[in-house]
Structure formats: structure tokens, C-alpha cells
Design a protein around this ligand. Structure first.
Ligand code: C2E
Ligand code: MG
Ligand code: MG
Ligand code: MG
Length: 285
């Protein structure tokens, strides 16, 4: 078949593949430069809120990269590039140190006593000495281990025979809080889930999105809420954008959420302004 289409078709695909490989290489180089120069990269923060009253109970750190010519590049894209090169260690450490320094300052001012959640990739968790590296960053920042939450995606946490479960256990022994991100999109067996040293689950946004008009998504979400309750796990719903979604989740007994309904991820100064505003509203006793 390919032969029938002739030589030009073949050349078209080759050129196309080369272009995307080249683009990737360009981005990898640019990311390396951004990390080395400590420019272009930022960490933004999205509130984790109590569903009942919208009060901020924690934050999730989300990395942002604005390339000088290409503009903003989605984290899903450049995290994948960092994972396939050796940049993931450096990038992950930079995000963690940056988030911890913000948390330290908010804790000192009594603005945020809840946890700071940081996403950690599978490749990064497999780097030698990762537990020690993470603890050193926390200690250098003066942040208690218990105020860090690491979000690990379901597929990474479930990787058997890769030493992943051992790393997770050692992080937990250090007092770090672990949660499973994008829960429901992998293929966890509940028996395995029970053995993981995690304290919380985050329901993937794909189930929350159409909750108010798709009865399958509503049923899956309700089931995840009851799984979390029976296993004694904390639960956060991701991607809550509408009041109907909030009301459904509250009705099922889910207590925490994130999403545009409450707030999008914000630059540090804007997130801090939210915290200050909330502190002003808190009744003095
Ligand atoms: P995630 O950890 O599941 O993060 C949630 C994503 O959903 C974020 O996208 C956030 O901006 C977005 N989001 C939050 N609320 C809403 C909402 O109500 N509606 C919609 N449509 N989206 C919402 P973002 O920042 O583009 O990050 C995408 C993914 O990239 C993250 O998914 C995470 O897996 C990864 N990521 C981001 N920052 C880091 C990082 O510092 N390290 C690592 N390893 N991964 C990161
Ligand atoms: Mg996350
Ligand atoms: Mg997620
Ligand atoms: Mg995700």
C-alpha cells in the first residue's frame, strides 16, 4: 500500500517526523536554558478549598513556562520532554524548592497552614537518592515534612515491580503526605490501592466535567467517593467549574475540591492576595 502511494508520500512522512523531532530538540534545549538562567519559568498556585464554604485549605503548585518566541507552553508538553531527557530532576527540584519557599513565607505569616501539593513525575521518583533530595529541599526551606503533599498519578503509583512502592513507603516514613492524582483514569485494583501508602485521592477532572448531565460520570464519581470513605482516604475533586458539580459532590459527601469555580491557578502574588483576603475575613477570637 505505501508503495502504491509512491515516493512522495514516504518523503512527506519522513520530513514530518524530522520536523517534530527537531521541534522537540529545540524545546529541550530552550528548557535547559530556561532552567539554567532561572528565567521564563514560574510556579503558579491553585487553591484547594473546602467544598462547603470555599475556604482555602491548601494549594497545588503548577509549573508555567513562557518561551520568549513561542509563548506559553503547556506543562503536559514540556514535562514529557523533561522526562525523556535528563532535565526532569532539575526541573522537579526547582519547582519543589520554589513552592517550599512560598509556603515557608505563608506559614510564617499565618496565611496558609495547610499543605502545599507538588506534582512529581514517575521518572523523577525513580532517580537515585530522590527521598533524600526531597527531604533536603524541605529542610533547607524550613518547611515541616508533613506540610508537603506529593501528587503521583495513578498509573505511576500502580507500577508494580519498579521499586515505586518502596520509594512511596520511604517518603511516607519521612512524614510526607502522598496522594493519587487523576484517580479513575488508570486501572487500579482496589486491593492494590489498599496496600499503597497514600493518604488521599484526587478524582480526575474527566469525571467531574459532565457530572451534571451524564449519569455514568455521576455514578462513577459517587462510587469513588464511597471507595475513599471506606478506605479512610481524603478526597479532592478536580476541575469543578459549575455550581451543579459542587452541589452534587457536597451531596455525595466529598469535602474538598479544586477548579475554576473557586479559582484558577494564580501567580504567587495573586494567590497570596487571596490568602490575605481570607485571613481578613476570619473572625478574631
Ligand atoms: P494535574 O496535576 O492533574 O493538574 C490539574 C490541571 O487541571 C492543571 O493543568 C490545572 O491548571 C487544570 N485545572 C484546574 N482546575 C481546572 C478547571 O476547573 N477546569 C479545567 N479545564 N482545568 C483545570 P496544568 O497546569 O496545565 O497542568 C497539567 C498537568 O501537568 C498536571 O495535571 C500535572 O500532571 C502536570 N504538571 C503541572 N505542573 C507540574 C510540575 O511542577 N511537575 C510535574 N511533574 N508535573 C506537573
Ligand atoms: Mg496534580
Ligand atoms: Mg490531576
Ligand atoms: Mg493531569
Amino acid at each position: 500500500r505505501a508503495k502504491e502511494r509512491g515516493k512522495n508520500t514516504f518523503q512527506f512522512y519522513t520530513t514530518d517526523m524530522n520536523a517534530s523531532a527537531l521541534e522537540r530538540l529545540r524545546l529541550e534545549y530552550a528548557l535547559h536554558r530556561a532552567l539554567a538562567q532561572n528565567e521564563e519559568l514560574e510556579v503558579w498556585y491553585q487553591p484547594k478549598v473546602a467544598l462547603a464554604d470555599g475556604s482555602i485549605v491548601g494549594a497545588e503548585a503548577l509549573v508555567r513556562w513562557t518561551h520568549p518566541e513561542l509563548g506559553p507552553i503547556a506543562p503536559d508538553r514540556f514535562i514529557a520532554i523533561a522526562e525523556e531527557s535528563s532535565l526532569i530532576g532539575m526541573l522537579g527540584e526547582w519547582v519543589l524548592a520554589t513552592a517550599c519557599s512560598a509556603l515557608r513565607s505563608w506559614r510564617e505569616r499565618g496565611l496558609l497552614m495547610g499543605r502545599m501539593a507538588v506534582n512529581i513525575s514517575g521518572r523523577q521518583l525513580k532517580l537515585g537518592g530522590i527521598v533524600e533530595t526531597i527531604c533536603r529541599i524541605l529542610d533547607d526551606a524550613g518547611v515541616p515534612h508533613g506540610s508537603l503533599e506529593l501528587e503521583v498519578t495513578e498509573s505511576v503509583a500502580m507500577e508494580e515491580g519498579s521499586g515505586m512502592i518502596d520509594v512511596l513507603h520511604r517518603l511516607k516514613e519521612q512524614g510526607i503526605y502522598l496522594s493519587i492524582d487523576d484517580f479513575g483514569t488508570g486501572y487500579s485494583s482496589l486491593a492494590y490501592l489498599k496496600r499503597l501508602p497514600v493518604s488521599g485521592l484526587k478524582i480526575d477532572r474527566s469525571f467531574i466535567m459532565d457530572l451534571h448531565r451524564d449519569s455514568d460520570d455521576a455514578a462513577i464519581t459517587a462510587a469513588i467517593v464511597s471507595i475513599a470513605q471506606s478506605l479512610g482516604l481524603d478526597l479532592v475533586a478536580e476541575g469543578v467549574e459549575r455550581v451543579e458539580q459542587r452541589d452534587f459532590l457536597l451531596g455525595k459527601g466529598c469535602t474538598m475540591a479544586q477548579g475554576y469555580f473557586f479559582s484558577p491557578p494564580l501567580p504567587r502574588a495573586e494567590f497570596e492576595a487571596l490568602l490575605v483576603e481570607q485571613a481578613g475575613r476570619r473572625p478574631c477570637r
